[in-house]
Design a binder for this molecule. Structure first.
Ligand code: CP
Length: 339
């Protein structure tokens, strides 16, 4: 049987994503139990997590399966990620071997690996995730890589549908926020791709120098057009960004252009501390009623003000809850009764 990886939302057709979302809604309504009995999910976290780890462990438990967590270098061997490495340093086991072995024990493998390469040209290819997918004989699920966070995107799509009803033609604003660190672009690119797939009007707001990877921007535009939506424009003013929005997705990300140049990137970012979702900016959305989204964890009063996060527009906890429902659906499709 050919294995089915879940590395990026756009790797699955629109019908397949719709099917996953319908299944997730049934799971959420309590209509489906079991389906993962005797199944094992191995989860490799090269980087920390609260939601991804907990929601996948819970999902496996709720359907009768089992989840194993490995944190390389902390209780399991430090993994070498470089192809062809002469392993005479600190790393003990190569991901080629780890992927092959875990594929013999588990029914699926989840991998979280943020960008590690020195150059964006390398990091953007998601080499660690792709190596696991290449060498593991079982399906690999992307738990967030340099380029994509499809599990978050699936939960975001479910939340947009639940909160907005018909999403077609509604305005989705992805807005950059200041953050003390340069974060990956996986979440913002994936969220915009998810909204584009729902036929929404996409607006991206970011300060100059914080453009997403050009291929991602082109893909967002193409998907929006294919889904009957639109890529409206790119805005570089945080006050203008939110005007008329139905959904505001707040997220910080690092400058792709200055990837690998942390000093220059930090200097550029320092000038944009004002990029924060405030109550005043929220009032400029359509009727002041836009839903406010964030993947979490969020830096309170840095990315989004307390008054907004704790107010009636915020759906950030619903997004986090929907991680569980969509991942239950995904596991049932990839290795369970629905496969
Ligand atoms: N949103 C998300 O992936 O959360 P964690 O980093 O806590 O898994």
């Amino acid at each position: 049987m050919i294995k089915r990886d879940f590395l990026a939302l756009e790797d699955w057709s629109r019908d397949e994503v719709d099917e996953l979302l319908s299944l997730a809604a049934r799971v959420k309504r309590g209509e489906i139990g079991g389906g993962l009995e005797k199944k094992v999910l191995a989860m490799i976290f090269m980087d920390p997590s609260l939601r991804t780890r907990t929601s996948f462990e819970t999902a496996m438990f709720l359907h009768g399966g089992h989840a194993i967590v490995l944190e390389p270098g902390k209780g399991s061997w430090a993994l070498e990620t470089e192809p062809g490495a002469v392993m005479d340093g600190d790393t003990v086991e190569h991901i080629v071997d780890a992927a092959r072995v875990l594929g013999r024990y588990a029914d699926a493998l989840g991998v979280r690996s943020f960008p590690r390469a020195a150059d964006w040209a390398v990091a953007r290819e998601d080499p660690v995730l792709r190596s696991f997918a290449k060498y593991c004989e079982k399906p690999v699920i992307n738990f967030e890589s340099a380029r994509r966070h499809p599990c978050q995107a699936l939960a975001d799509a479910m939340t947009l549908r639940e909160k907005l009803g018909q999403t077609e033609g509604k305005r989705f604003v992805l807005t950059w926020a200041w953050h003390p660190k340069a974060l990956p672009t996986a979440v913002p690119a994936s969220a915009a791709l998810a909204a584009a797939g729902l036929g929404m009007e996409i607006v991206i707001a970011r300060p100059p120098g914080y453009e997403l990877d050009p291929e991602d921007t082109a893909l967002i535009r193409r998907l929006a057009q294919q889904s009957g939506g639109e890529f409206v424009h790119i805005i570089d003013d945080p006050d203008e960004a939110t005007v008329g929005a139905d959904a505001v997705y707040v997220k910080s990300w690092g400058s792709v252009k200055l990837y690998g140049k942390p000093g220059e990137e930090a200097a550029l970012r320092a000038g944009f501390r004002d990029w924060r979702l405030t109550p005043a900016r929220l009032r400029s959305t359509r009727g002041g009623k836009a839903i406010v989204m964030h993947c979490l964890p969020v830096r309170r009063n840095v990315e989004i003000d307390d008054a907004v996060l704790d107010g009636p527009n915020s759906v950030v906890v619903d997004q986090a809850e929907n991680r569980l429902h969509t991942e239950r659906a995904l596991l049932l499709k990839v290795i369970g009764r629905e496969s």
